[in-house]
Design a protein around this ligand. Sequence first.
Ligand code: ADP
Ligand code: MG
Length: 349
Amino acid sequence: MAEPLLEVRDLVKHYPLTQGILFRRQIGAVRAVDGVSFGLAPGETLGIVGESGCGKSTVAKLLVHLERPTSGAIRYKGEDITKLSGRALKAVRRNIQMVFQDPYTSLNPRMTVGDIIGEPYEIHPEVAPKGDRRRRVQELLDVVGLNPEYINRYPHQFSGGQRQRIGIARGLALNPEVIVADEPVSALDVSVQAQVINLMERLQKEFNLSYVFIAHDLSIVRHISDRVGVMYLGRLAEIGTDTQIYDHPTHPYTQALLSAVPLPDPSAREHRDRIILAGDVPSPAHPPSGCRFRTRCWKARERCAEEVPPLTVPEAFRTAAGPAAHPSACHFAEERKIVSAGSGAEKGR
Ligand code: ADP
Ligand code: MG
């Protein structure tokens, strides 16, 4: 990987868990994000995937400074932005913008599209002088494939896909270098999802953007991602190139997620073992000791309850490390073979 544009180190976000209304006592913490590290190279797309509640949106909010981390660093061009404030922070925030999940609720229904897309200029007037804003907003509408004449319309006059285009135009308003897109197509019809993803790919080339693209499903990010990180209960289970993750997954959780992805080819479907995970995701307020995935894992042994598996390149694959490094947070990542039904999970067809 080239010199990272963005580098996240041991990022932690705990939300206090309180009890009582009058005298709120802290009785614990929700470990929404609990030690996440990754890099993002210029022009790269990193997909982040995991089930609902695993901490994806919290990572997104930390990256764009909507939340402050409990600990850890977020380095942008080498500088830890979690330590910044005032003018320096404002300058950095301009370069890292967010596109939100739900275009139905993230756009203010009482604002015109022009005001929504141009709103970032109120905070950063230096990017576009007042007299120039209308023209810029119209340009942005054009760039995302909407008619510039729609500038005075309201969000309810648009379809879901069009609304997400408005959200993307707003994300582009300040000419950012990084876009953090939190499930940008999850709320859209399947037929529209590809259009929005294609648009994002085109914009990436046109404006040399880097993306953190969040989804809850591995199949959505495959096409757009250079690398993919799989999250489970506040941590990364595995991270690697698309080939590494989709063709040679080493973490049992990734293997299970992939076994649930629909395959277009019926003969491939027939030869595949479906891994059905037992039980539910444990609460992030009380994660299991050691490996968080162990309570649902068919490979789990004693060691998994005792030692937290670090996100490292498995010993046996270390010679092949370097740029092709493919870290996996599993004590038994080297065992390629999927062991059949054991303690945690069932294997079936
Ligand atoms: P995801 O986007 O992967 O679905 P989130 O990052 O939204 O997950 O949430 C991760 C965990 O943190 C969840 O258990 C969620 O309930 C909890 N959480 C998120 N935001 C807050 C908050 N502001 N206060 C308390 N708990 C939160
Ligand atoms: Mg989310």
